[in-house]
Design a protein around this ligand. Structure first.
Ligand code: XLS
Ligand code: NI
Ligand code: NI
Length: 435
């Protein structure tokens, strides 16, 4: 039976670029084929349970602004109602996936046994709903940052009892993700970091985090979970400093603990900006190591300096992001999760739909532009020509040589490099033809 939450709103359809209907897709046409693949299969959109259904509209200066029929979120009846509404929204948007934390699905019970029982109960309820719905689980994760028990970290907590609680919590969430046919399991360590070095043993905390992640990977194999384990970099917020700072830091960490072939990265636009990078930087770094797993799509307010998790609305930014995704071969188990929330004044159910329609359309435009650039080949031609000198066997031989022999070669041949233009402005103009 319908909840009535979205009364008056219809299933969103593709109407084409000339449509003026604010609740229609103008660019996202799920079945349109781009580079041999349906748009839906390229983008693999997911709705984030936390921002769309669990977040109540608070900010540091004021509490709840949203009034939803499933508030207060402190009981299982409201957890089920929230799930009913979530599936109504997945259907209205026709999205193929959703993502969740345990805490988004049901309230924390204050102890592990009851947390486990209620997680099983609500994910059974969701599995039932999935049997007659299109939407599947892109990924699940454990919220190990909201409850006060996690205030000094989860796997990096100085208290071994918190480490134990974290291990049990992640196991139960991996089991739930597996049960829901999840394509990935994510770990984002919001409290895996420190507030002050004055009370922090970095070495021990890192070793515990590395050991913990190895246990996660072992457990994945033990239960036959075929999805990908992903870690999500973010430099700070809520911790002053987070260990999974950015893609490069995570890659070094994964190598140190022998996980580089087991774990990939879930990269988020807003987190890239917080780390002082661009989104395409993070994607390119991960792709260059074969570790680009999935993306959390959103955007930050460039003036505010914190993780505002707004819906994307900048086509050139998104186009360059998908350019790197497509160049890396596209998503395998990953997808495009809208880790994005409404502004707290956007009170109405239709705001939720409009936000996702806009985000999906922006991503579709970005994907089309990225595909057009790849098919045109302008940027790959430039790369090929720029590094063409290295096709020369003598240049290649240098890489197996040594400093002394190379010095002799410079002297013998009178090598004296002639600088070449990098053509940056021409390349930026080139990209602008497509966006
Ligand atoms: C917070 C993170 C979080 C993760 C999942 O900034 O983006 O939402 O995606 O725990
Ligand atoms: Ni985030
Ligand atoms: Ni995220």
């Amino acid at each position: 039976m319908a909840t009535g939450f979205f009364n008056g709103l219809n299933k969103v359809t593709f109407e084409g670029a000339d449509s003026t209907n604010p609740l229609a897709f103008r660019h996202y046409d799920a079945d349109a084929v781009i580079m041999g693949k349906r748009m839906e299969d390229h983008l693999r959109f997911a709705v984030a349970w936390w921002h769309s259904f669990a977040w109540e509209g608070g900010d540091p200066f004021g509490s709840q602004t949203f009034e939803r029929p499933w508030h207060p979120q402190d009981n299982m009846a409201n957890a089920r109602l929230k799930a009913d509404v979530a599936f109504e929204m997945f259907d209205l948007l026709d999205v193929p996936y959703f993502c969740w934390h345990d805490l988004d699905l049901r309230p924390d019970q204050g102890n592990f046994a009851d947390n486990l029982a209620t997680l099983n109960e609500i994910t059974d309820y969701i599995a039932d709903k999935m049997a007659s719905a299109k939407a599947g689980c892109l990924w699940g994760t454990a919220n190990m940052f909201s409850h006060r028990r996690w205030m000094s970290g989860a796997s990096t907590n100085p208290d071994p009892d918190v480490f134990a609680f974290a291990a049990a919590t992640v196991k139960s969430n991996m089991d739930a993700t597996h049960k829901l046919g999840g394509q990935n399991y994510v770990l984002w360590g919001g409290r895996e970091g420190y507030e002050t070095l004055l009370n922090t043993d970095l070495r021990q905390e890192m070793d515990h985090m590395g050991r913990f992640l190895n246990m996660v990977v072992d457990y994945k194999h033990k239960i036959g979970f075929k999805g990908t384990i992903l870690v999500e970099p973010k430099p700070q917020e809520p911790s002053k400093h987070q260990y999974d700072f950015d893609a490069a830091t995570c890659i070094g960490f994964l190598r140190k603990y022998g996980l580089e072939r087991e774990v990939k990265l879930n990269l988020e636009q807003g987190h890239a900006i917080l780390a002082g990078h661009s989104f395409e930087h993070e994607l390119a770094v991960a792709a260059s190591e074969g570790m680009l797993g999935s993306i959390d799509m959103n955007r930050n307010d460039y003036q505010s300096g914190w993780d505002t998790d707004q819906f994307p609305n900048n086509v050139p930014e998104v186009a360059l992001a998908y350019y790197h995704v497509l160049n890396a071969g596209g998503f395998d188990t990953g997808g495009t999760n809208f880790d994005a929330k409404l502004r707290r004044q956007s009170l109405d159910p239709q705001d939720l739909i409009a936000a996702h329609v806009g985000g999906m359309d922006i991503c579709a435009r970005g994907l089309k532009a990225a595909a057009a650039m790849i098919e045109d080949g302008g940027l790959s031609d430039v790369l090929r020509d720029r590094y063409a000198g290295w096709d020369n066997p003598e240049a290649q031989a240098m890489l197996g040589s040594d400093l002394g022999a190379i010095t002799q070669r410079v002297l013998d041949l009178g090598i004296n490099p002639a600088p070449q233009s990098g053509r940056q402005e021409m390349l930026e103009n080139y990209v602008n033809r497509f966006v």
